[in-house]
Design a protein around this ligand. Structure first.
Ligand code: NAD
Length: 321
């Protein structure tokens, strides 16, 4: 069995590796070759922690395993990341544990890769203005990954606490793109692509604020009750997701479905667009919305890529179990 420590991930896996792995696994999911198993997520009644695991199997790549972890809100006081996760991979032929992989950085990279895959397949080719709603830990990864998908000329951003936008400013500086902090009206009116990546339990961006032709990647809603955009905006858009079951239960679509504004049949898998069985965007005026809920298969795909690279570069630790 191999161990790939968290500290090695940054030097091993590139954004391009993650993009490829996530795009392939979305395609496999839409073809029925890869399946996510039911998600477990429980409150521990200790340390105010939420713990769970996401698992699945991809018959194409033979990635089998789970990501285990959750949210420990008091970790930051200990100098640790609040979100903690570890990926366990198993040999699909024997069931033996194949690898244990640090999952914290991989989670940020795979989440950003999913948004980037949605932008590649759904945003207008002439998109020039990238809007980011949110300035937390994930937002910097989102900006870097999505910025690679179109010839963006500038970045605009909104956050509940504007001071935190300095995080996006410094990434934009690094990318050589001008950055401006804006209000929500300007974000919706000027952006061609909008990534939402906040932890909110009430809608922030409204349907009236978003103009025709926009592509939205809603990435922050991954739990029952969370919400980033008005349900009316979801209803107005052509909606895609990583997995429909998650989208309607824990994703951004949960609210529009609960209010009867859209049905399950109105949501398509992004993988179908990757495979060419769904045309994706049909006009320059259409609003497309990707509901990125985060699936276990994404974690397995990027972790498997990390293990292959770690073995090749001689940094995987081999142990007997
Ligand atoms: P973070 O704690 O670093 O940042 C939180 C962000 O949400 C900040 O921008 C903050 O200002 C904003 N925010 C918090 N409460 C708000 C409110 N009530 N109204 C408006 N803004 C509010 O978190 P992060 O690590 O950047 O994660 C952001 C979100 O993405 C979380 O909801 C997290 O669970 C989710 N996430 C999703 C996936 C996925 O696969 N879809 C993966 C990782 C994280």
């Amino acid at each position: 069995m191999h161990i790939v420590p968290e500290s090695e991930i940054a030097g091993l896996v590139s954004r391009a590796d993650c993009f490829d792995a996530v795009e392939k696994v979305f395609a496999a999911t839409a073809r029925g070759a890869a399946v996510n198993f039911p998600v477990i997520r429980e409150s521990l009644g200790h340390a105010d922690a939420l713990y769970g695991f996401k698992s699945g199997f991809d018959r194409d790549s033979l990635a089998l395993g789970l990501k285990s972890g959750g949210y420990w809100p008091h970790n930051s006081a200990r100098g640790l990341t609040n979100h903690q996760s570890t990926v366990f991979l198993f040999d699909a032929d024997t069931g033996r544990c194949r690898a244990v992989v640090g999952g914290n950085l991989l989670t940020a990279l795979r989440t950003a890769a999913a948004a980037a895959v949605s932008v590649k397949h759904l945003a207008r080719p002439d998109a020039e203005v990238l809007g980011i709603l949110g300035a937390g830990h994930q937002s910097a990864f989102q900006l870097r990954a999505v910025a690679e998908q179109r010839r963006f000329r500038r970045v605009i951003g909104w956050n509940r606490h504007p001071a935190a936008l300095s995080r996006l400013q410094s990434v934009a500086d690094d990318l050589g793109l001008p950055f401006e902090a804006v209000d929500l009206d300007r974000l919706g009116a000027e952006a061609d692509v909008i990534v939402t990546i906040v932890s909110s339990y009430a809608p922030i961006l409204t349907a009236a604020q978003v103009r025709p032709g926009t592509h939205l990647a809603c990435m922050g809603t991954d739990t029952k009750g969370k919400q980033e955009v008005e349900a009316e905006l979801v209803a107005r858009a052509t909606v895609f997701t990583d997995e429909i079951v998650q989208s309607i239960t824990i994703g951004e679509c949960q609210h529009a479905v609960a209010r009867g504004l859209i049905g399950e049949t109105g949501i398509s898998e992004l993988g179908a667009v990757v495979n060419g069985t769904h045309p994706g965007r049909r006009s320059a005026e259409e609003i497309t919305l990707y509901d990125g809920t985060g699936i276990g298969l994404q974690d397995l795909a990027v972790a498997a890529a990390a293990v292959d690279l770690a073995i090749r570069k001689g940094v995987a630790i081999e142990v007997d179990v």
